[in-house]
Design a protein around this ligand. Structure first.
Ligand code: HEM
Length: 438
């Protein structure tokens, strides 16, 4: 007969299965770049449909080992992989204690450019940094108080893209970063490519985790540059809201803003992938267009169906494929024992795999909410505080791009209604044709 402890122990994987999870689930994500994506690795991942292989492996392991989280012992690391959506949900709901978002891996990788960032903050500093962040980003509100300023920035930065017959990633991303710098730092930062280039270089170092030495000198140059831009507090930007907030000495706004700039990269990717979905799914495109055309000027900022489209792109191709938590004490997850210092890994492509198609309505009709583990923006007390701002800006960009132009996908990407969608979508390779609507 099993003892209580045995009943509650995790499914410890065999050495062979551990090697398979490392090779098929973890390494492909790290090879693509956890902090900044590597284009060639993303192209290869799409070609080999790597996330589908990873999901298939985890499905097989669940059949063999059961629903309890899988446990992998690697030299010096104790990894726990919840497969059941309620266990995944519990790990996020019980953050930051006993499941801290500030895992060792994140402290190494993100510490390259945001040493005092909220996500990697120790428990003592987390609460007031979170409060500051929520305040400036207006976390609970679908429409940010500065929405009018931001929409004007969107209109002005998207306009040059509309005069070209084609749209590709390099052209889009140039304008996207102009937009982001203005929203975050103000119009004076519109052309400040150096600030984002410095961040990109530090993110590339961050991709290597603890294998890369700390870029202390470059980090200091970047943070000083960023501090100068924040201190200008230009009206209409988030920097102006930071100034109104009078942050205390322990907030380190430049570290917080470094995270925001970094995270806006994922939002640009989401715009491009959503554009590809809409270009290939006429039924959803028609609904989204009808929603924007039918919106009164004062509700034009909300666009719930289009928000659902963006969330679908993030569900189908999560920009944070691994959400990590670290146990701060000996505890349990789903009733199973977890030792202090274990890394809990939520593998979003597995948790997000149903439904298989493009279904924006699940974000409106409550299905996504009841699923419990559709977590493109994470969940619980450390849920992404930028979620609403992201959905506001991405939907405004998408609506502006498509208002007077029909957008067709030029890339062959196997995106067809009713067909299985690819498990990885290489956004770097997407190209679109723009034609004026009659
Ligand atoms: C498509 C765009 C984005 C997605 C999918 C996204 C998703 C996420 C996810 C999954 C997390 C949890 C990470 C973890 O626990 O390891 C997170 C955290 C966070 N995000 Fe976002 N994010 C996006 C954009 C943004 C933007 C633009 C901002 C700021 C303007 C932002 C601010 C933050 C912050 C500050 C945290 C840390 C929260 C905490 O530790 O309490 N995010 N985001």
């Amino acid at each position: 007969m099993l003892t209580t402890t045995e009943k509650r122990s995790l499914s410890r994987l065999s050495t062979v299965d551990t090697a398979k999870v490392v090779a098929k689930v973890l390494l492909p994500i790290l090879a693509r770049g956890a902090v900044i994506r590597r284009p060639r690795a993303v192209a290869l991942a799409q070609r080999l449909d790597l996330d589908r292989r990873a999901v298939r492996l985890l499905t097989r392991l669940r059949e063999r080992y059961g629903d309890a989280p899988l446990r992998l012992r690697l030299p010096g690391r104790d990894l726990v992989l919840p497969l059941d959506s309620s266990d995944a949900h519990e790990a996020l709901a019980r953050s930051p204690e006993p499941f801290s978002p500030a895992s060792l891996e994140k402290r190494h990788a993100l510490g390259q450019f945001q040493p005092e960032g909220l996500l990697i903050s120790p428990a003592e500093q987390r609460a007031h940094r979170r409060e500051f962040t929520e305040d400036v980003l207006a976390t609970p509100y679908p429409v940010h108080p500065q929405a009018a300023d931001f929409t004007a920035i969107v209109a002005q930065t998207v306009k040059p893209l509309l005069s070209q017959p084609e749209l590709d990633w390099p052209a889009f991303t140039r304008q996207w970063w102009r937009l982001v710098r203005q929203v975050v730092l103000g119009t004076a930062a519109a052309g400040d490519d150096l600030i984002t280039d410095r961040l990109f270089a530090l993110r590339r170092a961050g991709n290597w985790g603890w294998l890369h030495p700390r870029e202390t000198k470059h980090r200091e140059m970047f943070l000083r540059h960023l501090r100068g831009a924040i201190d200008r507090a230009q009206p209409g930007s988030l920097a102006a809201r930071i100034a109104e907030n009078h942050p205390g000495p322990d907030i380190h706004p430049e570290s917080q803003v470094a995270h925001w700039l970094f995270a806006f990269d994922a939002a640009g990717v989401a715009v491009f992938r959503t554009l590809a979905l809409l270009a290939t799914h006429p039924e959803q495109e028609t609904k989204a267009l009808a929603e924007s055309a039918g919106s009164a000027p004062d509700s034009f900022w909300e666009l719930p169906y289009l928000r659902g489209c963006v969330q679908e792109s993030l569900r189908l191709w999560p920009t944070t494929p691994l959400i990590l938590r670290e146990s701060t004490v000996d505890t349990t997850l789903g009733g199973h024992e977890i030792g202090k210092g274990a890394t809990v890994i939520l593998f979003a492509p597995y948790l997000h795999r149903n439904p298989a198609g493009f279904t924006p309505e699940i974000w409106q009709d409550g299905t996504a909410h009841f699923h419990g583990a559709l977590v493109p923006f994470s969940d619980g007390p450390a849920v992404c505080p930028g979620r609403n701002l992201v959905l506001l800006l991405t939907t405004q960009v998408l609506a502006t791009l498509r208002r007077e132009h029909k957008i067709g996908l030029l890339t062959r990407a196997r995106l067809r209604p009713g067909r299985r969608l690819p498990s990885v979508l290489d956004h770097f390779a997407l190209r679109f044709a723009l034609t004026r609507r009659d």
